[in-house]
Design a protein around this ligand. Structure first.
Ligand code: NDP
Ligand code: MG
Length: 384
């Protein structure tokens, strides 16, 4: 197989480690660069195994520690935001896997696209906050944005036979419903971080797990789908599908529906983004239909989980409003995980930030980053 060279931003996380698992299974996938925020224990082990040219630790002090630990190797250790950009732009890599959390993924992704890299996009916050900039740049630089998010990979896979986008009637975006599906607002009042970190079907990083429980994640995914597939927000229908077997579907103008199914396993969407348009064999996790006699679909409860409705509004209105939604959520999730605000305050904080932060049409990158800061500061101040 032809060699493939990749850079993995966020290699120590849930998506990052699964990306390396695929590279371990398929040694023609070579790792040129990798990054973490602070987990240098794991990053050192990964670096010694995969021997990239460069590793980045965004935390400066931890980067200095890792530099000493890797002194016996030729691996270059860089740090901070500039280091992350260096990892994103590294020579020789054709694809960058963006698996960092939050808006921190936006600038490195933009820089990678400008350097002509294809993007295997896990970091949905990139398209939510900067979709208009990123999709335009990708076109101009003739690079692909290949979805890693399981739903978007499913949509992408379902669209492989589609030759004309006008044939798409709507997208059916499935949602597991998270751990609190069916609960009332009153029942959610005393939810602790421990309760919210238990996802029924997927084992993911903390932020995306909390976002799944509030349906913020599904809201981010609606906006992500709008940019990836060029479909209006109102043509993206969210369906709660508790079993997470149907990963999403596309309905065409003739009412035919194509879906992608499989066991819940992120390795497939990650691998497909790295091997597209080819499919390579995968170990474990075959779907056994007999174990899933019922696949169910129902409407989401957007009164209780109104963050989904807020995201749909943000996606429809556009401008910097999705960046407000995203920044407010990042700050609120952090406060919730640190025991500073109750569970239900996450969506309340997002709603208030969306009303209070100044609206900007067609924001520049700087304006998006300023909006993010303003939304976060608003949420931090709000709880004092
Ligand atoms: P994790 O929290 O598991 O991992 C995040 C990775 O990014 C780690 O390597 C972490 O380093 C690093 N990181 C965290 N914050 C920063 C920062 N501010 N700057 C630089 N690096 C940082 O996250 P996930 O793997 O779950 O998610 C990554 C992205 O993929 C998210 O955007 C998420 O929404 C998306 N996604 C995840 C899915 C999943 O199944 N996990 C499914 C679909 C999408 P360290 O380990 O040192 O903290
Ligand atoms: Mg998803």
């Amino acid at each position: 197989m032809e060699e493939k060279h990749i850079s993995v931003l966020g290699s120590t996380g849930s998506i990052g480690t699964q990306t390396l698992e695929i590279a371990r299974a398929y040694p023609h996938i070579k790792i040129r660069a990798m990054s973490a925020r602070a987990n240098i224990r794991l990053l050192e082990a990964q670096a010694r195994e995969f021997l990239p040219e460069l590793v980045c630790v965004t935390d400066e002090a931890k980067a200095a520690e890792l530099k000493i630990k890797l002194a016996d190797t030729p691996i270059k250790v860089v740090s901070g935001k500039s280091g992350l950009i260096e990892a994103a732009r590294i020579d020789g890599a054709d694809t960058v896997v963006t698996a960092v959390v939050g808006i921190s993924g936006l600038e490195p992704t933009i820089k990678a696209i400008k350097a002509g890299k294809n993007i295997a996009l896990a970091n949905k916050e990139t398209l939510v906050t900067g979709g208009h900039i990123v999709t335009k740049l990708a076109k101009e630089n003739n690079v692909k944005i290949l979805p890693v998010d399981s739903e978007h990979s499913a949509i992408f896979q379902s669209l492989q036979g589609c030759r004309d986008d006008r044939e798409i009637k709507r997208i059916l975006l499935t949602a597991s419903g998270g751990p609190f599906f069916g609960k009332t607002r009153a029942e959610l009042e005393n939810i602790t971080p421990g309760d919210a970190l238990k996802h029924p079907n997927w084992d993911m990083g903390a932020k995306v797990t909390i976002d799944s429980s509030t349906l913020v994640n599904k809201g981010l995914e609606v906006i992500e789908a709008k940019w990836l597939f060029g479909v209006d927000i109102d043509k993206i229908k969210v369906l709660v599908h508790r079993q997470s077997i149907v990963h999403s579907m596309v309905e065409f103008v003739d009412n035919g529906i194509i879906a992608q199914l499989g066991a819940p396993d992120m390795r497939l969407p990650i691998q497909y983004a790295l091997t597209y348009p080819n499919r390579l064999a995968m170990t474990k996790n075959e779907l056994n239909f007999a174990e899933h006699p019922a696949l169910t679909f129902e409407e989401p409860d957007t009164d209780t989980f109104f963050a989904l409705a807020l995201a749909q509004r943000a996606g429809r209105e556009g401008g910097n409003l999705p960046a407000v939604f995203n920044g407010a959520d990042e700050a609120a999730v952090e406060l919730f995980l640190n025991g500073k605000i109750p569970y239900l305050a996450i969506a309340d904080a997002i709603a208030e930030a969306m009303d209070k932060i100044e609206k900007i049409n067609d924001p520049s990158l700087e304006e998006i980053l300023e909006t993010d800061k303003a939304a976060k500061e608003f949420v931090y101040r709000r709880q004092k």
